[in-house]
Ligand binder design. Structure first.
Ligand code: FES
Ligand code: FE2
Length: 453
């Protein structure tokens, strides 16, 4: 698909302006499916969800259904979940174990390696023969894992996963690498739809700690421990009546290559007010191991927000990891996974799941605050005037820097929009570019611009 849309006019990251038609235009959405979701590394599932040969997990890459399958030799492949005969999905269960995927329409059957192995009435229906080797499931071009997380990419020319992640891997390790045993997904996947564009969610998790002070004010008031609370209130001993942004010393935001992260420098390993006491206690009990592996800053980083561009987000401490699956310009389907240390005791894993569901499940008290805002915005953008009126994205502009204390990447104060500007710039660069070499050239030019004294 070629385009005449002027993305430089819609996204002026240098001066902090975004025109909200990027959240509503169906033509832009179609181009996103091709040039963002068809080119970027996308989170598929966690290795713990498909431990044995024949285990599979169904997800989406953009709007394309994809099935991930553990092979007989232990490796992982992913396939477009589309029958080559008339395009039915060949796998319908969310996950499971199988020896073959049999299409429900006319019964073509594919092995777990994607090969077409069985065609009903083959000799009668295809008297001239059918070359089954040609009609296997389409394999996702590239599949790679990072510390248990499996990603897929359709683009042969994309940078490898580690290069694509860049400095974001350092931030991601704060969740994935706290303990020797790594992580696993606890329980199933919670899925729900929100009537808004996927970029509101991705951007907020990349960049927006600013909303929490106001949007979540009532939740924090209700949940924060009060000085006269009973001693048996199930909150961590390090928690205070005040939210972390008031008690923490300082905070940073990281934003580069479209990814974004932010966290507070805390003094105790249990600063989140919305996790169960068991979770807080667990963070204290395992603090030393985490510090030995990650250093003090990341071991203490328990109130962080993050997006790996474009659609994988997570919150440290709260154990929610989610994917924002686009379903049209005006709709997103959230898939929320609870991720926790594999070596944690079962009662702590249960507490992680409870905490994640209570705060960020479909009816979670923080989730609802967030999605209510996005849904209302999407409604306002039905107006012609509203969707063509530029938005202010100037927070902290010009204060970006690289630090010298080992915290990597382009950073700013947490209450800034460095990551948001970077996210939209990467997004626009993908839409404007014909290949990854061009994208990277544009990214490098933007980085130089951002860091100009
Ligand atoms: S569509 Fe799958 S067998 Fe016909
Ligand atoms: Fe929020």
């Amino acid at each position: 698909m070629s385009t005449t849309i002027d993305f430089n006019a819609l996204v002026d990251a240098k001066n902090g302006r975004v025109t909200p038609v990027i959240y509503t235009d169906p033509a832009i959405y179609e181009l996103e499916l091709e040039r963002v979701f068809g080119r970027c590394w996308l989170f598929l599932c966690h290795e713990s969800q498909i431990p044995k040969a024949g285990d599979f997990f169904n997800t989406f890459m953009g709007e394309d259904p994809v099935v991930i399958v553990r092979q007989k030799d232990g490796t992982i492949k992913a396939f477009l979940n589309q029958c080559r005969h008339r395009s039915m999905r060949v796998s319908y269960a969310d996950s499971g174990n199988t020896r073959a995927f049999t299409c429900p329409y006319h019964g073509w059957s594919y092995g777990t390696d994607g090969a077409l192995i069985e065609v009903p009435l083959e000799t009668r229906a295809y008297p001239h023969g059918l070359c089954k080797e040609k009609w296997g499931l389409q394999e996702v071009t590239r599949v790679a894992s990072y510390k248990g997380l499996i990603f897929g990419n359709w683009d042969e020319g994309a940078p490898d996963l580690a290069t694509y992640m860049g400095d974001m891997a350092w931030y991601l390790d704060g969740v994935l690498d706290r303990r020797e045993g790594g992580t696993e997904i606890i329980g199933g996947v919670q899925k729900w739809e929100i009537e808004c564009n996927w970029k509101f969610a991705a951007e907020q998790f990349a960049s927006d700690q600013y909303h929490a002070l106001f949007s979540h004010a009532s939740a924090v008031q209700v949940l924060g421990a009060k000085p006269d609370d009973d001693a048996d209130k199930k909150l961590g001993a390090g928690q205070t009546a005040r939210p972390v942004w008031e008690t923490a010393k300082d905070a940073i935001q990281y934003g580069e290559d479209g990814h974004g992260s932010g966290f507070f420098f805390t003094e105790q390993p249990d600063a989140n007010v919305w996790v169960d006491g068991e979770v807080s206690q667990y963070f204290r009990d395992t603090y030393q191991e985490a510090e030995d592996r990650l250093g003090e800053v990341r071991a203490l980083r328990l109130a962080g927000h993050n997006t790996l561009f474009p659609t994988m987000s997570w919150l440290n401490g709260t154990a929610t990891l989610r994917v924002w699956h686009p379903k049209g310009a005006n709709k997103v389907e959230v898939w929320a996974f609870c991720i926790a240390d594999k070596d944690a005791p079962q009662d702590v894993k249960d507490a992680f799941e409870r905490s994640a569901t209570r705060a960020f499940g479909p009816a979670g008290f923080l989730e609802q605050d967030d999605s209510e805002n996005w849904v209302e915005i999407q409604k306002i953008l039905r107006g012609h005037r509203a969707r063509n009126t530029p938005l202010c994205m100037e927070m902290g502009i010009g204060n970006e820097k690289r630090r010298e204390d080992g915290i990597p990447g382009i950073t700013n104060y947490i209450f800034s929009e460095t990551a948001a500007r970077g996210l939209y710039r990467r997004w626009a660069d993908l839409l404007m570019s014909d290949n990854w070499d061009e994208v990277i050239e544009r990214t490098e030019a933007f980085k130089a611009e951002v860091l100009q004294p």
